[in-house]
Design a protein around this ligand. Structure first.
Ligand SMILES: *Cc1c(COP(=O)(O)O)cnc(C)c1O
Length: 439
């Protein structure tokens, strides 16, 4: 290994082995990785160290919304790096103010706090909720089963899945879970200590489960009735992935409601009290944020919350450019149209291969393909790995990258600038793997 050139001495098939050895010796083994090492990307394609090309429907887990090596993103990173990378939050700089005002324009009247990841954005919302309820002694936050809210201590306490908590007790106090899309369960769970509800618009890690419009509107009413904060985790499903800036806007639009265009108007309009963001916000440059509604926007006063890197000039310059490109190139409309096409084609595939596929769910370019029970798929039943991981591994082999979501679902989270011919290529590969499994 030549550290200066970042090149392994081996080429071809040894390159992966060498990289893997470096990991085995030096990297904390907290991830179950696929046996793939990538070195280059362009748009929706990635190349591994052996030179094999893949169509990327994983998008770095809903992060690379403009694909890989976007020339304008490369340019803004280089240009901003020559100008100013970091100053800390001891000072003002124009880019953080401009990015905050763009996010306020897209979400609604309120203010924004910048951080570096999704877990940190949620952590900020948890602190906001505790501050909100502090004087009345309220602190409890209700979340849904199968949710995912990040891997910090509060994040795993908030996440409604036992597997992320195992071995890390005692859990941070004050989180309880109820079944998703079940308004009665949420109402019944509210206690005198409850201060907030947090849900994803579309559960990502939990298997691509969209909230219903009635659920969101009902949660809004519950929060108004009990004086709770309604917190939306849009870390994965947000940033135009569904065809609207945030998934709840698309869900409500679908049901004939305005989304969040008319805050506080009775009879259906919807605006949350807090929204967390990360993943696609920086197209791979690490940046997170939370938005808080105007009436609570000054709860976190000077000295109450901070992070050194948050909202630095470089991250904000990138995030502003991402938003500019998405709007200029009408990528929300593209995500909506290509997502609808893909979902429809996948639904046909489900119908023609019920022994392999069970269902397809999602909105825009956040699509979940649910597999049939493992026992029904002979190629999978013999191997001690979830069907989703086995399916994703076969898709990798066939040249398309996807992301497992739980044991039964594989997610498609491609770039928002995916092209029709790329969507067709990906679908053909998926169909051929499904046909293979059906025989
Ligand atoms: C990925 C994710 C997070 C955590 O984001 P990190 O950047 O990994 O900390 C939180 N919530 C949801 C819904 C996510 O998908």
């Amino acid at each position: 290994m030549n550290i200066l050139t970042n090149q392994t001495s081996a080429t071809g098939s040894d390159a992966l082995g060498e990289i893997r050895t470096l990991f085995e010796r030096n990297v904390v083994p907290s991830y179950a990785r696929f046996d793939l090492a990538f070195c280059r990307g362009k748009g929706s394609y990635l190349w591994d160290v052996n030179g094999k090309r893949y169509l990327d429907f994983a998008g770095g887990i809903a992060v690379c919304c403009l694909g890989h090596a976007h020339p304008e993103i490369a340019e803004v990173i280089a240009a901003q790096a020559r100008e100013l990378v970091h100053v800390s939050n001891l000072y003002y700089h124009a880019l953080q103010g401009r990015l905050a005002s763009e996010l306020v324009r897209l979400i609604g009247p309120g203010k924004v706090f910048f951080c570096n990841s999704g877990a940190e954005a949620n952590e900020g919302l948890f602190k906001l909720a505790r501050k909100f309820g502090h004087e009345e002694g309220r602190f409890e936050i209700l979340t849904a089963y199968n949710s995912f809210h990040g891997r910090t201590l509060a994040g795993i306490a908030a996440t409604g899945q036992d597997k992320v908590k195992k071995g890390f007790g005692p859990m941070v106090h004050g989180f309880r879970h109820v079944p998703f899309n079940d308004l009665d369960a949420m109402r019944n769970a509210i206690s005198p200590a409850t201060v907030a509800i947090m849900v994803e618009g579309i559960q990502g890690e939990g298997g691509v489960n969209p909230a219903t419009a009635q659920y969101l509107l009902g949660l809004r009413k519950l929060c108004d009735e009990f004086n709770l904060l309604l917190l939306m985790d849009e870390v994965q499903c947000g940033h135009f992935r569904t065809g609207r800036f945030h998934s709840y806007q698309r869900i409500l639009e679908e049901a004939g409601h305005a989304g969040n265009t008319v805050p506080d108007s009775p009879g259906g309009s919807f605006i949350p009290d807090g929204v967390s963001m990360a993943k696609s916000l920086g197209n791979g440059f690490p940046i997170g944020a939370f938005w808080v509604r105007d009436k609570y926007a000054d709860l976190l006063g000077p000295g109450t919350h901070a992070t050194t890197y948050g909202g630095g000039p470089l991250g904000c310059a990138v995030a502003l450019k991402v938003l500019e490109i998405i709007e200029r190139d009408s990528l929300a409309a593209n995500a909506r149209a290509l997502g609808a096409w893909l979902k429809n084609e996948l639904a046909n595939l489900v119908e023609s291969h019920p022994r392999v596929l069970k269902a397809v769910r999602g909105m825009g370019l956040m699509i979940g393909v649910e597999l049939a029970e493992k026992e029904k798929i002979p190629a999978f039943s013999a191997v001690d790995k979830p069907a989703s991981a086995q399916f994703a591994a076969r898709l990798n082999e066939a040249g398309v990258l996807t992301v497992p979501a739980g044991p039964q679902v594989v997610r498609l989270l491609p770039a928002l600038n995916l092209q029709q011919n790329e969507a067709e290529e990906g679908l053909d590969i998926i169909a051929s793997v499904v046909r293979q499994l059906a025989t």
